[in-house]
Design a protein around this ligand. Sequence first.
Ligand SMILES: CC(C)(COP(=O)(O)OP(=O)(O)OC[C@H]1O[C@@H](n2cnc3c(N)ncnc32)[C@H](O)[C@@H]1OP(=O)(O)O)[C@@H](O)C(=O)NCCC(=O)NCCS
Length: 174
Amino acid sequence: MGVPAPTLSIRAYAPRDLAAALDVINAAARSYRGFLPPEEYHEPLMTGEEFLREAGRMQFYVAEDASREVIGVMGLEHAQDVALIRHGYIRPDHQRQGIGEALLDHLERQAGTVPRILIGTYRENLAAQAHLRKHGYRPVADSDAVLRAYYQIPEAQRRGSVAFEKKAPGNTGT
Ligand SMILES: CC(C)(COP(=O)(O)OP(=O)(O)OC[C@H]1O[C@@H](n2cnc3c(N)ncnc32)[C@H](O)[C@@H]1OP(=O)(O)O)[C@@H](O)C(=O)NCCC(=O)NCCS
């Protein structure tokens, strides 16, 4: 993996980022063509309206390169006793350079003292799962129950997804 440029900066999403954030999300989500069934795959993956609805329930963060271009997006949502990291997307030409890791680190620090952080991903999204494993996340034992408890997503998406978790240091319980 490459190391992110020292000029990478991460900050909270602001309304002026909307178009750039959508561009990143929808460019990165084209990789879903590789595994989603045609009836579930659509472009764009996320419309502005959908993003704004999501932004109403979670805090998005953006990663910018040296020229202040948005190259990564990730959201942090608190749900009951856990934190969810959602909608993580890195612009395709900037992937595998540690930017996803830098965003994960940042959001984990913002998550506070929750006992665990959850991330749901498509069952067949093996690249994302490799990314999560590399950064200390492990599949939860009871994925369907966790997805039901913490995520309001369509049933088909829930069935096609798996949940990963990272426990707070020192927390060895389930
Ligand atoms: C998954 C994603 C967010 C990772 O961000 P990133 O900046 O590329 O990740 P990092 O550089 O921090 O970590 C790289 C590691 O992730 C995994 N990875 C990332 N892209 C991969 C790919 N295309 N194929 C296989 N593994 C991949 C590998 O483990 C890689 O380590 P390596 O390069 O040493 O093999 C990014 O690839 C992305 O936007 N993908 C499309 C959207 C998506 O799947 N989002 C995840 C939702 S949970």
